[in-house]
Design a protein around this ligand. Structure first.
Ligand code: FEO
Length: 423
């Protein structure tokens, strides 16, 4: 029998999954269970395109003190509840550890607290406490700081605050007896899968999604990510139980090495060319630049920013390619951005991309601007200004061509790219 308030919550909050089939907990190691939710249909996570869906991972530890680590996004609480109930009565939960206030992890706290009436909510001090109170009001909170721990019986849970990974409140929870790091957003991927571990999935896809996740969620906080790696370097970690996607057990060292590289902005000899075009002139320039970079031995990816128009031909923000472009930019030393001039500006598509790019605080990139124009030609200078504002080193003068690029002009572009690499 559900508490009355829980029934109301179910009616309002779980319309997507009103009557889920029996959901079972998945044991990830003896006595510790994954009780989360796979969100197969998620296609946008606050503007980040999630073409492979995601998961909201919650973990149940059966010990003298029964502990739930994180919950799920609001709307999916019943699935989590079903999984918890498959191993224990949820009223027996003693602790709910909230590693992160963002609602994709904390959204299920009010729901589960209606069952776990005597549970304490463990959260970081002061930002977790402040955030949970703002979102959900009062519970029996137990605020913790880095270095503090609680004993739950045979096991200990130690807390490490990792501010800005990905909000000011974020923390990770380490269980030394099990050698598991419950990392929340860190090391996660937006990836829906029926198997829970890295070695049960296609590793190239898992790493691609981990890179996409880092590029779009954590790249802005590279220095904080590097600090978190330093703070955890003495932890013996056999498993990373993430807040999203699959858990790492076979490739822990590999994902930690990748995080070191990404957080150091250690770039490869690769390039990204991004453009919009009206009548194909800027497109011709983009293709010429791409070929010239390839001639220089640089691996290139070319993105027409409008490659995903909706059914009536308009740019669809839900399908925006920014997240995919940033995934490649994360490890590429070079970036070329092009746009024709429209109403004395760059195309809004490119302006949107540059705003997104700048917001992620890229480091160590070498860049240049290009574009064709009919008259005026302001877009190229405006792009260069944005690239500078984003911290890029400008390596080629603005490449501007009025009207249609001739064969000779395209050859001049090629030569200028080759000359830069020879210099
Ligand atoms: Fe997965 Fe910052 O939440």
């Amino acid at each position: 029998m559900l508490p009355r308030s829980a029934k109301i919550h179910k009616k309002r909050g779980n319309d997507r999954k009103d009557e889920p089939p029996a959901m079972k907990a998945i044991e990830i190691t003896k006595g510790i269970y994954w009780v989360g939710v796979v969100d197969w249909t998620l296609r946008s996570f606050h503007g980040y395109t999630t073409s492979r869906g995601s998961s909201y991972n919650a973990y149940l530890i059966l010990d003298e003190k029964v502990t739930l680590i994180d919950t799920v996004k609001h709307g999916f609480e019943n699935e989590m509840l079903e999984r918890i109930k498959s191993v224990i009565d949820p009223e027996k939960i003693d602790y709910v550890v909230s590693n992160h206030v963002e609602p994709d992890h904390s959204g299920g706290i009010p729901f589960i607290m209606k069952y776990a009436k005597n549970a304490k909510v463990v959260t970081s001090m002061p930002n977790g406490l402040k955030g949970l109170r703002a979102h959900y009001g009062e519970f029996d909170y137990q605020p913790v700081k880095t270095g503090e721990s609680i004993s739950i019986g045979k096991r200990t849970l130690s807390f490490l605050q990792v501010p800005m990974l990905h909000w000011p409140d974020s923390m990770m929870t380490y269980c030394p007896e099990e050698k598991i790091l419950f990392s929340n957003d860190g090391f996660g991927q937006h990836l829906a899968a029926s198997e829970r571990f890295d070695d049960e999935n296609d590793l190239s896809i898992v790493i691609e999604e981990a890179q996409k996740y880092y590029a779009n969620i954590l790249m802005l906080y590279g220095r904080q990510a590097a600090k978190a790696l330093t703070d955890t370097k003495d932890f013996d970690i056999q498993m990373i139980a993430t807040g999203h996607g699959v858990l790492w057990r076979k490739n822990v060292a590999k994902i930690v090495e990748l995080y070191k590289k990404w957080s150091a902005a250690d770039l490869d000899e690769k390039a990204v060319v991004v453009y919009d075009t009206m009548w194909h002139s800027t497109e011709k320039m983009a293709r010429t630049i791409t070929e010239a970079l390839r001639e220089c031995g640089i691996s290139v990816k070319l993105f027409d920013i409008k490659t995903t128009p909706n059914s009536v031909g308009y740019y669809d923000i839900k399908k925006n390619p920014h997240a995919d472009i940033m995934t490649d930019i994360l490890t590429s030393r070079y970036l070329a951005v092009g746009s024709p001039t429209l109403n004395n500006q760059m195309m809004p598509t490119i302006a949107g991309f540059l705003t997104y790019f700048k917001g992620l605080s890229p480091r160590h990139h070498k860049a240049f601007a290009f574009g064709s124009y009919g008259w005026g030609g302001q877009s190229i200078g405006l792009i260069e200004d944005e690239l500078k504002a984003a911290g890029c080193e400008i390596i080629l003068d603005k490449i501007r061509i009025q009207e249609i690029p001739s064969t000779e002009q395209l050859e001049e572009i090629r030569q200028s790219v080759l000359a830069y690499k020879k210099a």
